[in-house]
Design a protein around this ligand. Structure first.
Ligand code: PLP
Length: 359
């Protein structure tokens, strides 16, 4: 799909206005006036980037975002990366040089691919799955999404910790790209939800709830973040995120802290969507996070359903193999505080019509 414009009402594609249920702008911050004003100011103060092509420089904006995000997450240090995927790649490949790494296979493709690049294993991380964690006697890094973007489930952090019982030296890495801003106290992510559970490192992306401008980060224990930044060429040999992106993320983070009610508004929008789907006879079985997948079956059927929804004025992407297993393709609906009760009811009615035509 090629987007011609993005407005408060939705997207314009092929000259057609689309209500969006396939965006990670959960809190509507990409449209927030102070976020947009911050981008304008950054353009004025710094231009789109600095004329130095590597991470040899920083700006006052980058420093402020690193410090304020560290405070928000309650960690010692944050380092900014050009994207969330690069943050995952840098962290996993660097730490895998001295540790056995096990990545949960349900995690984002960039985390799974990072495991591949590091020659690490991928499997379902659970105390019940019999995962052979720590069998080599080496130190271990376990990594998982906090909120799985495909099925909307939350990682079982307590279970994850139990899965590594008996392993002496464990680092836990949580990719909280979809959880920050949507889950936990004030949107602090999966740790904020399952209080007290340990994550030594958190990765994330500003392409989701925090402004949508792109760019990513690694947060956590100073010694580990410093090591990734110092050693990984995915940090030091590549450009830092643009000041425009950083300004957008910083302003979005400040809005979230001043307006934590946005997180409960998102929860309300999610409840409303689920009630509307149920009212229209649409079944789903994921927990009540802002991601609601509706199982369709074959990839062709899911793509056709998504196309029909687009024809009816809604953008609801089809999630198809290889992202999900054969036969498990789905329509994925993401909630947003921008969705009114009326729009939610309309999309639920349309999903029901599209699926009943396929039954
Ligand atoms: C869980 C998760 N991690 C990482 C990423 C990558 O983020 P970015 O787009 O900043 O590379 C995504 C983006 O889709 C994601 O869903």
């Amino acid at each position: 799909m090629t987007i011609e414009a993005s407005t408060a009402a939705g997207l314009l594609s092929d000259g057609k206005a689309l209500r969006v249920f396939g965006s990670s702008d959960y809190l509507g911050l990409s449209r927030n006036a102070s976020v947009r004003a911050a981008i304008d100011r950054a353009l004025n103060d710094f231009g789109p980037g600095l004329p130095i092509g590597t991470s040899l420089y920083t700006t006052t904006l980058h420093v402020a975002l690193e410090e304020e995000l560290a405070d928000f997450l309650g960690v010692e240090m944050v380092a900014l990366f050009s994207s969330g995927a690069v943050a995952n790649l840098a962290t996993v490949t660097e730490l895998a040089r001295q540790r056995e790494v096990v990545v949960d296979s349900r995690s984002h493709s960039s985390l799974v691919a990072a495991a591949g690049a590091a020659g690490a294993s991928v499997g379902v991380l659970s105390p019940d799955a019999g995962s052979p964690i720590g069998t080599t006697g080496q130190a271990v890094l376990i990594a998982s999404d906090g909120l799985f973007a495909i099925n909307g489930e939350l990682a079982d952090l307590v279970g994850l910790s139990r899965a590594t019982d008996g392993v002496k030296d464990v680092i836990v890495l949580m990719d909280d790209a979809h959880a920050i801003g949507t889950v936990g106290t004030g949107g602090r992510g999966t740790r904020g939800r399952q209080g007290g559970v340990r994550a030594d490192l958190i990765t994330g992306s500003f392409s989701k709830a925090l402004g949508g401008g792109g760019g990513g980060f690694v947060a956590g224990r100073r010694e580990l973040v410093q090591r990734v930044a110092a050693q990984s060429p995915y940090f030091w040999a590549t450009s830092r995120p643009s000041p425009l992106v950083v300004a957008s993320a910083l302003a979005a983070l400040r809005v979230l802290q001043h307006e934590p009610h946005l997180v409960s508004e998102l929860e309300d929008a999610t409840v409303r969507l689920r009630q509307a789907l149920t009212r229209h006879g649409v079944q789903f079985d994921s927990p009540p996070t802002a991601i609601t997948p509706v199982r369709v079956g074959s990839a062709d059927a899911a793509k056709a359903a998504s196309k029909q929804l687009r024809d009816a004025g809604f953008f609801v992407p089809a999630i198809t193999p290889p992202v999900v297993a054969e036969g498990q393709a789905s329509l994925r609906l993401q909630s947003s505080v921008l969705h009114t009760a009326e729009i939610i009811d309309d999309v639920a009615a349309e999903v029901a019509i599209v699926l009943s035509h396929r039954a």
